[in-house]
Ligand binder design. Structure first.
Ligand code: C5J
Length: 267
């Protein structure tokens, strides 16, 4: 079993913050931890982001992919049921694939989230269940199974972004990734300080999760073309809100810029 523990301090050059660098230790038996190779090199990446460049420590950064589910991205699911054109979200799939590829190669922690509810709907607030214009509601049977219900085909992550067996998949009943999930615990156990955030939709679950993360002290980098919305004007406004006022919730960069930097990491 590999235990990431914190050791060897070094400086965040850009902002003068002391960071810790996790190394992997192998459990040799009771009381015997033997250092192995570092999880990744102690390189600080400088990302050309808005509103100003962001120094990222890849060993303390996780990729958080929000709700890239069939229910939002394919016809017949929750997004379509609310009257949205789901094809507008599909532009985020290819940039997410590129991010996943470099993050996996760099050995970074990758976490996927899924919005959805228990089959008996006991974790769905009545206000959420009754909202919406159409005749179909959460829990009703649609072409991809019961809408936004865990275990149904529509609740699954799109095949293009299928999680690997060792990548945590968090089921969340709300819009935020921290609300009623163990995300804080997973991040703390890995010494994560920064999040690269992608997924859908920009102004709803991505924004809510970034705001929650920001309040918990995480530095968030939102990937502008790896997030998407049914409403292009909301997408733009949501990204602007993140970078306004000197980066009030975090930073924004595009996938090409970010992937080029992440690809420099030797896992
Ligand atoms: C929504 C989400 N829009 N994942 N969910 O209801 O953004």
């Amino acid at each position: 079993m590999i235990f990431p523990i914190l050791s060897r301090r070094y400086q965040n050059r850009q902002r003068g913050i002391q960071l810790e660098y996790p190394f992997a230790y192998k459990n040799q038996g009771p009381g015997q931890l033997r250092p192995m190779t570092p999880l990744s090199r102690p390189t600080l990446l400088e990302i050309a982001a808005q509103p100003y460049p962001l120094a990222l420590d890849p060993a303390r950064t996780a990729l958080l992919l929000i709700d890239m589910q069939r229910d939002f991205l394919e016809p017949g699911g929750f997004g379509a049921m609310l009257g949205n054109d789901v094809s507008l979200l599909r532009s985020a799939i290819a940039p997410c694939q590129r991010l996943l590829d470099v993050a996996r190669k760099a050995g970074m922690l990758v976490i996927h989230t899924r919005e959805g509810h228990r089959p008996d709907l006991s974790d769905a607030p009545p206000a959420k269940l009754t909202r919406g214009p159409g005749p179909m509601r959460i829990g009703d049977a649609g072409p991809m199974g019961r809408i936004l219900i865990r275990g149904e085909p529509g609740h699954a992550i799109v095949p293009e972004l299928m999680p690997l067996p060792d990548e945590p998949v968090l089921d969340k009943p709300g819009k935020g990734a921290f609300y009623q999930t163990d995300l804080s615990l997973l991040l703390a156990n890995r010494g994560i300080a920064s999040l690269i955030v992608a997924g859908v939709t920009t102004e709803v679950c991505v924004h809510t999760s970034v705001r929650e993360a920001n309040d918990r002290g995480f530095e968030c980098l939102v990937v502008s073309d790896a997030v998407a919305s049914y409403f292009p004007q909301f997408h733009r406004a949501a990204l602007d809100m993140i970078t306004a006022q000197g980066g009030i919730f975090g930073w924004v960069a595009d996938a090409t810029t970010l992937c080029a930097e992440l690809a420099r990491i030797d896992a």
